[in-house]
Write a protein that binds this ligand. Structure first.
Ligand code: GLC
Length: 557
């Protein structure tokens, strides 16, 4: 990173396709909102709250799977790609949801699970019925290994003590599943699989969705020899090691399919490789994924050197090759970031009282950082309320991957039901609510201009108003230890972002190469994480609150 503007240096709202300026919001449909009172969220619930999302100001919704599924992996085990599970609603309700979202200016992105189906998908049921079946080659079957065991040493993602293979007695062969045994891997070397999965994309794009989120898409190409993983990574799920050249060919043809549709349709891929450089290759030469998730920041502690490293790696590897970065703090697969930051602070000796005081301030500063870094930010439902993970009572755990805590239902208001009608659900929602639902709910925070919800809304509004914050260039500025400071610049505007990772106030002047130290009177506070709106619009006084973050603005001299 040489400090030069890494992303586009131009300003103006018309800069590039919509997904470069958009703020995405991930909806996990089981837990977002319950439209029919059965205790599980659904499409009707999403539709009923679209206006709340438009109020928040996000641009695009990514909706996790709502397709027919036995729900072993809560919808990531699909048994029919082109339909809606009755639990969530109907295809007509989906169409109505898209129409209404579009009317409100919200784009809709749906999840596509190309690596595996459910074992109850008719393709697999047929494949498992006999070696000569029509769909046999749609999956990855192998004879037993030399000792009669699994064909290689790959382990499955949620249980690294178990092989990524299951023996099928009927046909005497093993089938591959990088995830649970209920999720057999499709064989993308079989042209009929490619054609069928392309048809699935067309089905949703024809219905008017604006984009696709491609689940573990780096796994669709595998070394046909299926060699053992080397001993130094024994026990590491193969899904995080799989990185094959053939996948790039497959992505190029998928990209052509998506780009053939009008209106800048897009695809964001989940490439769960832990090296940013490896992930960046899945953008190809601008001819593979439009966007790829960037996971190191989602795993990083709230610690300035870690974040500096994440930003530098991303700018080098992604922006450095002319691709567009993404940023994410939380999703449905990992503990929520507030939970992670709190437990990390506890591990480093922070006492409970200090943690209680600093926890929300850290979440506020993180929101400022997420929404001002160069690239496209993805929010996960409920982070705008500062939710932490629910505590799941023993015996109520449901997810094979231990991810229930971050999937708890969103509290919508302060009533005992928190907006989840219980009439026909005597046990309440499918998972318990997260902590403090009496205050960490949408209605209570919406009524309080000082809430975290309002802070998210103000930053998103500022991004709309000042395009520089989404499409402007990036350059580091000098800062004291524990503080990140960077510019986002266009021809018209200079935005200066300061994020204090420490519990002490810091003095930071907005010095830059074209601006001598101490000259901060010309900078206005655009957003202050602590300010409850106060101080915004006023000149910056040079002091950054403990755990505070600010966005300063001024026209370019
Ligand atoms: C992705 C999804 C996750 C799912 C897995 C298998 O990582 O985000 O929820 O369990 O793929 O489909």
């Amino acid at each position: 990173m040489d400090g030069a503007d890494g992303v586009d240096g131009a300003d103006g709202a018309d800069d590039g396709p919509w997904w470069k300026r958009a703020v995405f919001y991930q909806i996990y449909p089981r837990s977002f909102a319950d439209g029919d009172g059965d205790g599980t969220g659904d499409l009707g619930g999403i539709r009923a709250h679209l206006a709340d999302l438009a109020w928040l100001g996000v641009d695009a919704l990514w909706i996790s799977p709502f397709y027919p599924s036995p729900m072993v992996d809560f919808g990531y085990d699909v048994s029919d790609y082109c339909s809606v599970d009755p639990l969530f609603g109907t295809i007509e309700e989906f169409d109505a949801l898209v129409d209404e979202a579009h009317r409100l200016g919200l784009r809709v992105v749906v999840d596509w699970v190309p690596n595996h189906t459910s074992d109850r998908h008719p393709w697999f049921v047929d494949a498992a019925s006999g070696r000569g079946s029509r769909h046999r080659d749609w999956y990855v079957w192998r004879d037993p290994g030399p000792l009669g065991g699994p064909p290689n040493n790959w382990v499955s993602a949620f249980d690294p003590s178990a092989p990524a293979w299951t023996y099928d007695r009927t046909t005497g062969q093993w089938y591959l599943h990088l995830f649970t045994p209920s999720q057999p891997d499709l064989n993308w070397d079989e042209p009929r699989v490619v054609a069928a999965m392309h048809d699935v994309l067309r089905f949703w794009l024809d219905r008017g969705v604006d984009g696709i989120r491609a689940d573990v898409v780096h796994c669709i190409g595998k070394d046909p020899a299926l060699p053992d993983d080397p001993p130094e990574v024994a026990g590491v799920p193969h899904a995080v090691l799989n990185d094959e050249a053939v996948t790039h060919d497959r992505l190029r043809s998928i990209r052509r399919l998506v780009d053939a549709y009008p209106g800048d349709r897009m695809m964001v891929g989940e490439v769960y490789l832990l090296s940013t450089e490896a992930v960046a290759t899945y953008y190809g030469e601008g001819d593979e994924l439009h966007l790829a998730f960037n996971f190191p920041p989602l795993l990083a502690p709230w610690w300035e050197p870690s974040w500096r490293r994440c930003v530098e790696d991303t700018m080098d590897a992604v922006a450095g090759r002319g691709a567009w970065p993404t940023w994410v703090l939380s999703n449905h697969d990992n503990p929520r970031h507030r939970t992670r930051y709190d437990s990390n602070a506890a591990r480093h000796g922070e006492d409970a009282a200090t943690r209680a005081r600093r926890s929300e301030a850290r979440a506020r500063a993180a929101a400022v950082l997420l929404l001002t870094l160069p690239g496209t930010p993805f929010l996960y439902q409920g982070e705008e309320l500062g939710l932490t993970d629910a505590t799941i009572p023993p015996g109520r755990e449901l997810d094979p991957g231990g991810r229930d805590g971050c999937r708890a239902p969103i509290p919508w208001d302060a009533t005992p039901d928190h907006g989840w009608p219980r009439a026909s659900a005597p046990d309440g929602p499918w998972l318990p609510f997260p902590p403090e639902p009496g205050t960490r709910n949408h209605a209570t925070q919406r009524a309080d201009p000082g809430s975290l919800l309002h802070l998210y809304r103000r930053i998103i509004a500022l991004r709309r108003q000042v395009a520089t914050l989404s499409t402007g260039g990036f350059a580091w500025a000098e800062s004291p230890p524990g503080v990140l400071a960077f510019h986002r610049r266009s021809r018209e505007n200079d935005c200066f972002v300061l994020v204090n990772f420490t519990g002490e106030a810091a003095t930071v002047a907005p010095a830059g190469d074209d601006d001598p130290a101490g000259n901060w009177a010309s900078w206005k506070v655009g957003v202050a994480s602590h300010g409850e709106g106060e101080g915004e619009g006023a000149p910056y006084d040079g002091t950054l609150a403990p755990d505070g973050a600010v966005v300063l603005l001024r026209p370019r001299p």
